[in-house]
Ligand binder design. Structure first.
Ligand SMILES: Nc1ncnc2c1ncn2[C@@H]1O[C@H](COP(=O)(O)OP(=O)(O)O)[C@@H](O)[C@H]1O
Ligand SMILES: [Mg+2]
Length: 247
C-alpha cells in the first residue's frame, strides 16, 4: 500500500529545473532512501513533499488525497512531518520543554488552559523522550546537547504529531560512526509502522538500511527499486562514479 505518490512533480528556479517530472511511490511502512550527487534535487524534492516549497507542476497524493496545494502546517496535521532544526528553533528550551511545545502545538486554547490535556502532554513528552533515550537529558538545554543527541531529539520532535510519513534530510551528517549506528537502528525501528523518506550520503548505510532506493540525477529519477537492483543498475553506477563517491 502506498502512502504517497507523486505524478510528474517538477520544480524550477527561474530557467533551472531542480526537480524534473518525478514519479515517486512511497510505501506506507519502511525506509525509502533518496540518493544522488550533490545538487541532484534531493532536498528540493523533500521540500516539495513537506510543502515547504510549492511545485511548479505535477501532483502529490497522500493517502489517495491530492495534497499538492496544501501548505506545510496542513500537511503536518495529516501526518507528513519533516525533521525540525532543533538548535535554531528550540535554543533556550530544555528537551522536555521542546517536546511539550511540539506536542501542544495542535491543542486548542481551551485544552491548553485546562489541567487534563496539559498533564497528558507532559506524560506524552516524557514517553517520547524515553523512547529515544533522551529522558536522562530531559532537563538539558537543547542547544547544549551533542550533535548526535540533537538529531535524535529532532526525530522525536517530528514524531510528536504522530506522523505517518517522516522526511529526513541527511540526519546522519556530522555524526560519529557509533552515533550513526544508533540512529540507523532507531530509524529502522520507526519504519516498522510508518514511512520514512531518508536522504543519506553514506551509500553503504543506505544499501543496508533502505527497503527501496531512488536515485536522482539532474532532478530526474534514473533508477528506483530494491537496494540490490539499484546497485546493479548500470546508469545508477555511472552516476556514482561520476560523483567520485556516492552521495
Ligand atoms: N531556492 C533556490 N533557488 C535557486 N536554486 C536552487 C534553490 N534551491 C535549490 N536550488 C538548486 O537546485 C539544485 C538542487 O538542489 P538540492 O535540492 O539542494 O540538491 P541536493 O539536496 O540533491 O544536493 C541545485 O543546483 C541548487 O543550486
Ligand atoms: Mg541536500
Amino acid at each position: 500500500m502506498h502512502i504517497l505518490k507523486t505524478v510528474g512533480v517538477s520544480r524550477s528556479f527561474g530557467k533551472f529545473t531542480a526537480v524534473n517530472a518525478v514519479d515517486l511511490h512511497i510505501l506506507a511502512t519502511g525506509i525509502h532512501a533518496l540518493i544522488g550527487p550533490n545538487g541532484a534535487g534531493k532536498s528540493t524534492l523533500l521540500n516539495l513533499l513537506a510543502g515547504t516549497l510549492p511545485v511548479s507542476s505535477g501532483c502529490i497524493y497522500y493517502e489517495g488525497r491530492d495534497v499538492t496545494r496544501l501548505p506545510i502546517h496542513a500537511r503536518a496535521r495529516i501526518g507528513i512531518s519533516r525533521s525540525y532544526q532543533v538548535v535554531t528553533l528550540f535554543a533556550g528550551l530544555t528537551c522536555r520543554e521542546a517536546m511539550q511545545l511540539a506536542l501542544q502545538r495542535d491543542l486548542s486554547v481551551a485544552a491548553w488552559l485546562s489541567p487534563g490535556p496539559m498533564r497528558k502532554v507532559r506524560e506524552d513528552a516524557d514517553e517520547l523522550l524515553k523512547a529515544v533515550d533522551l529522558f536522562d537529558v530531559a532537563e538539558v538545554d537543547t542547544a547544549e546537547l551533542s550533535h548526535g543527541l540533537q538529531k535524535h531529539l529532532e526525530i522525536a520532535l517530528a514524531l510528536a504529531n504522530s506522523s505517518r510519513l517522516l522526511l529526513l534530510d541527511e540526519p546522519m551528517a556530522g555524526m560519529s560512526i557509533s552515533e550513526r549506528v544508533v540512529l540507523a537502528n532507531r530509524v529502522r525501528a520507526l519504519a516498522k509502522d510508518r514511512a520514512i523518506v531518508l536522504v543519506e550520503h553514506d551509500i553503504d548505510m543506505v544499501m543496508s538500511l533502505a527497503d527501496t532506493v531512488t536515485v536522482l540525477h539532474n532532478g530526474a529519477v534514473i533508477a528506483s527499486g530494491d537496494p540490490a537492483d539499484v546497485r546493479a543498475d548500470s546508469m545508477a553506477q555511472s552516476v556514482y562514479l561520476q560523483a567520485g563517491k556516492a552521495c
